[in-house]
Design a protein around this ligand. Structure first.
Ligand code: SF4
Length: 343
């Protein structure tokens, strides 16, 4: 079921979920690093590179011995420095988020809800999903805009969301692991919350796969921090060209960034979601499918649940649901480019 030719897809993720392999963040916790107090950012990255060279897949969970300071501690230290000069995503605002806000307007991390989600792909459910507030995209058609666009709409976040308590969230993750197959970090968008998420994982001491449920607009630095932490990439590939990305999500250089980030994780466990939009079959759906078919082995979820939400009424091309012809065409395109949509 989870194979393309001879290659098994999602094999490692499934084994972590079944507790047969350790999650990557636990392996990172078992890699000792030297004391990094007083090191500057270049020295920290050099240490990170050396520690990642040591990162190897451990087959036995019993071989995991947590040590300090460890690779995850080092990632947190680097993330703290990035937070003060923020370039977690390709907006690269370079603001100190302790004092000022960047494009996403996210300071402290808030979340709107966390629960066992049964509406995700079969291989994920029940998925312990944590919905962080805010986003670095301004999608005019956002299906989840009350959470994702809360800062752009200047809504009082304290009235709708709860501030994240790292230790408490870790405890909740541990408790829900009795039932959950994974912990699923989403939003809005998890990228602006990368420091918070790494700090939560520092307090998690159960084996659980980490799912990164994202628009994939991370900076290369964020991608390096996520390497050795994420077990399953759940990516949202929206646009096949920059013009649509800029018009509908107010994002520049979309294709270059999102393709680069997918290539950086080539060979890892990936599920790509593509929400098919009306009148965007040629400019977006086909181009995305063609690129995936050429470059990646990944599960692809072709999603048809688009409905005109938020500001979509102002954009004539997307101000309606899909019709049957568009759905059929999207499936034919997936087949044409050899995608594995069995998910
Ligand atoms: S997360 Fe992205 S949008 Fe937000 S401040 Fe950092 S670089 Fe800017």
């Amino acid at each position: 079921m989870y194979s393309i030719g001879e290659k098994m897809l999602l094999e490692r993720y499934l084994k972590v979920s079944e507790n047969k392999l350790p999650a990557k963040f636990l392996i990172s916790k078992s890699i000792k690093v030297d004391n990094f107090a007083k090191k500057d950012i270049d020295e920290l990255w050099e240490m990170h590179k050396n520690a990642m060279d040591e990162f190897k897949e451990t087959t036995n969970i019993k071989d995991i011995k947590i040590t300090h300071p460890n690779l995850l501690d080092l990632k947190i230290e680097i993330a703290k420095k990035i937070f003060e000069n923020c370039h977690f995503c390709e907006h690269k605002c370079y603001v100190n988020r302790k004092k000022e806000l960047g494009f996403c307007k996210i300071g402290e991390s808030y979340y709107s809800s966390e629960f066992l989600h049964y509406g995700e792909e079969d291989v994920l459910i029940p998925s312990h999903t944590i919905f962080f507030c805010g986003c670095n995209f301004k999608c005019v058609f956002c299906q989840n805009w009350e959470i994702s666009q809360i800062y752009f709409e200047n809504l009082p976040v304290e009235n709708y969301c709860k501030k994240v308590n790292r230790k408490l969230m870790a405890k909740i993750i541990e408790e829900k692991r009795a039932i959950s197959k994974n912990v699923n970090f989403v939003g809005g968008e998890p990228t602006p919350h990368l420091l918070t998420i790494l700090e939560i994982l520092r307090h998690v001491n159960v084996n659980i796969p980490v799912v990164w449920n994202s628009n994939m607009y991370m900076s290369e630095e964020a991608m390096h921090l996520l390497d050795g932490v994420v077990d399953l990439w759940l990516s949202d590939f929206k646009f096949g060209n920059d013009r649509c990305a800029e018009r509908l999500s107010k994002i520049k250089n979309y294709c270059k960034v999102v393709k680069r980030n997918h290539l950086m994780i080539k060979g890892e466990d990936i599920i790509i979601r593509h929400l098919v939009m009306p009148n965007h079959l040629e400019c977006c759906t086909e181009r995305i499918f063609k690129w995936i078919g050429k470059h990646l082995d990944a599960k692809v979820n072709v999603m048809f649940q688009y409905r005109p939400e938020y500001k979509a009424i102002l954009y004539e091309d997307i101000d309606r649901a899909l019709n049957h012809e568009e759905m059929a065409k999207a499936l034919l395109l997936a087949k044409k480019y050899g995608l594995d949509t069995d998910i």
